[in-house]
Design a protein. Structure first.
Length: 123
């Protein structure tokens, strides 16, 4: 039961951070970048639901990493797999506003390490 609580708590932490970062703090960067490409930034509820699923999957991955590694190793692995790889893919597709990275990098590090801390404390 504790692992489920840890995963769900980390999922909530991750989801809140994703929403605050992308839908509140950096929305102008996203919408401006998408608009410059003739696109509309995907902000419909279905997109939020998919990010919720991503958050759950990320929390599950963190749980399994945390069983094998310490806080620093798990945080570094989680951040690299969860964010760096995503930014490489999104950047390759041309839809990553590079202007978000000075804000997104430290925020995502706090998000990943916070999720690891939650999992380690609750599991």
């Amino acid at each position: 039961m504790r692992p489920i609580l840890a995963i769900l708590s980390a999922t909530v932490w991750i989801s809140i951070n994703e929403f605050l970062r992308n839908q509140i703090a950096l929305i102008d960067h996203w919408t401006g970048h998408y608009s410059s490409m003739g696109l509309v930034f995907p902000g419909e509820p279905i997109n939020g639901a998919v990010w919720g699923i991503w958050s759950l999957c990320f929390a599950i991955a963190i749980h399994f990493l945390a069983r094998r590694f310490g806080l620093l190793e798990t945080g570094a692995l989680a951040w690299g797999v969860g964010f760096v790889l995503m930014w490489l893919v999104v950047g390759n597709m041309g839809v990553l506003p590079v202007s978000i990275l000075p804000y997104a990098i430290p925020w995502s590090l706090a998000e990943a390490f916070g999720a690891v801390w939650i999992v380690k404390k609750l599991a």
